[in-house]
Structure formats: structure tokens, C-alpha cells
Design a protein around this ligand. Sequence first.
Ligand code: AMP
Ligand code: MG
Length: 416
Amino acid sequence: MESNLLSTLEAMGDYDPNSMPVEQARQLIQQFLTALTDQESVSLRNALQRTLAADVLSPMNVPPHDYSAMDGYALRAADLEAVPCKLKVIGSAYAGRPFSGRVSAGECVRIMTGSLIPDDCDCVVMQEKVKVDGAMIAIADAYRRGENIRHTGEDIAQGATVLTRGQVIRPAEMGLLASLGFSEVRVYRKLKVALFSTGDELRQPGSPLAAGQIYDSNRYTLLGMLGELGAEVIDMGSIRDDKDTLKAAFQQAAAQADVIITSGGVSVGEADYIKQLLQEIGEVVFWKIAMKPGRPLAYGKIGSCHFFGLPGNPVAVMVTFQQFVRDALRVLMGQHIKPAMELQAVCTHPIRKIPGRTEFQRGILSQDENNRWVVRTTGEQGSGILSSMSKANCFIVLPVSQGNVEAGNAVRVQPF
Ligand code: AMP
Ligand code: MG
């Protein structure tokens, strides 16, 4: 292990690379992460999932002018000082087709929602409050200046900070940026993630299985989860459990990527190639986390490249990715991260649990007839049962010290 990593770890005192508590592992990983700084401009159309590299200031007022908030009549509020009164309708204003003439005392303009307020007018009276009589309207009540008008800069003032650096661009941000006239945005470059599975037993979907072989499903769940984050994936397929082949794969990955993610080959009893290799060509921070599923999870670095060695078990892959890797990648992408949303729910069935590890059980969260949040597990929680992840809509998070859960107990739930 190289010096800087080692000294950081030694300074941590109670650090145990063989059984790291979940929270400690999260904090430890965070200490090694430095966000990307390389930036590029992309067209707004291609900006989804990207991360803003600079604050976005509004180049304009929104709305840019005064607009009508109602269908009705634009007029001069001063004309309503003595009501009831009658005004002459001298024209119409539609969205995108403003009324360009002058409006004098005693006159008004028929106006539609979203139309520009004519120059001389300062008030809109809803059509429901008006009696139409040929070219005249009768108004019974007084209205104040500014009524039913969306004023210039009311939503966003020119120069105001609309989005901050580190914001991920979602559909709402796409629309917001478009509403301000941006056709290009400044973003961080994509994070490059090299991905490979390990195992002699792995075959690719689409080819037949011989006895003892299984399909490489982990790479597909990982491709999906990385795709949701907008990472640039370097898909290296599956690699045999052979030390030299693995070493070459790691070196090739480290030369191209910011992050390497592998699955398999980190469990106890397995030919310990990955651990040995990592210690040879890089540095290892920890190997095992006090959690279930996902106990064998390696984190380390090869040069400047981060390495996450996920377990082979398909459910453990998803759990460890969601609990550790995803936020780490977001930080590297330059994004703001927020703690996972959690709520309390009543567990409707008992759950067996032995104290000592944090458990992430797959749960089904719903509301009962009293609108109370209730949760049950998806059933069999074996870490190879990927259908449990597909059925689940949440994790039931059972803390380290927790023992068995009785039906009716409150539990922590992370919806997904
Ligand atoms: P390992 O950590 O390599 O011992 O793998 C643990 C378990 O996960 C074994 O049953 C493996 O066959 C299975 N496994 C490993 N890699 C994959 C993969 N890419 N897709 C599906 N299952 C896997
Ligand atoms: Mg294996």
C-alpha cells in the first residue's frame, strides 16, 4: 500500500479493512474522491444527465415583459375609479400577436392569457366579471393596478442564479435552460468507467450454457445502473479467473478510465487473484463491509483510477452499487449528493435478523387502508435471487445492532 493512503488510514485509528461498518466505509470512500474538472460545452439537446460545470445566471427576465394571466380585458385601472362604468373595446391581443395601438381613457382591449399587456394598460379584468354589449363592456367593480398581470421578472430576475454548479441536468433543468434561451451548456466531461465481470463460469446471453456455466447478468445490471448515471462505460466483457489475464485487464482499464468496476472474485475461498493483484499494482483500502448482502466489497486505487470490486452475487452487486458506488461516482462527476430518501414504515411480517451487520432486505412498500406506510419483504432474501430486486421497490434497512423484527415494528425504508 502506498504512503498517502496508508497514513490516512492509520490516522483513523479503529480502521478494520476486514469488517468495515457501512457508514465508515461511505465516509472513507468520500475522502479519496476528487471531482472531475475537465469541462466541455454540449448542446442542450444532449445535456440530459450531464453535470453543470458553472452556475447558470439568467440572461433575461422571466417573463420578459408584462403578460396577461387571464382571458379578459386589458384596461387602465384609473378608468375604474368610478364604477360601474362602460369601456369601449378597440381591439384584441393574443399570445404571440400583441395589440400595438394606443389605448386611451375609456377604452380597453380584449386580451387572452399569455398576451403582452398593451402599453397604456395596467390591469386585466377577467371576462367573467364583465358584461359585453356590442363594442362596449360594462364593469361593476373596481380593480387595482397590476391585477391579473404576470410582471416582468416576476419568476426569474435577469442576473439571478437559476442553477448552481454541480447540478445534474434532468428533464426539469432541460426545460428551464431552454426557457432562458440556452442552446448550449457548460458541463463536466463524462466520467469514464471501465467495467468487467470475472469468473470462469460466465457465458454471454445469447450463447448456450454448458453444465456449471451461468449467464453474466451482473454486467447488465451494472450497465443499467451506470447508464442511469450517464457514465461513459468501457465495457470489457467478462474475464477468466487467470492472474495474468486479470492483471492485463486491470492495467488496460486503469490506463483508460477514471473508475474500474468489477464483479466477482472478491469472496472468501475464491482464488484470491483480485486481492493479490490489487496489492501488487495498486492500493487496497478495504475488503469487507459489515453488511448483508455485499460483505465482500473492495475499494482501492490503481494509480489515479478508483477501483470498486463488487461481489459476484447478483443482488449484492445491486445493493453495493446503490449503497456505495453510485454516490461515489456522482461526487467524481462533480455532482451535489444528498442522503438517500428514507422513511419509517410498519413491517407487516416478522423478519429474522442476527445482530452484527447492516442488512438491506428487499422490500415492497405500500399504503394500507388508513394511508399508513407498510412494508414487507419480497420473500426469500438469498443474495443470488435477482428477481427479488425486480419485485422490490425499496430496501428495508436493518441497523447493525438490530435483531429479529416483529410484525408491527417500525423499520427504516429506502424507496427506489
Ligand atoms: P464470486 O464472488 O466470484 O465467488 O461469485 C459469487 C457468486 O456470484 C457465484 O455463485 C458466481 O457464480 C456468481 N456470479 C459471479 N459473477 C457473476 C456474474 N457476472 N453474473 C451472475 N452471477 C455471477
Ligand atoms: Mg468468481
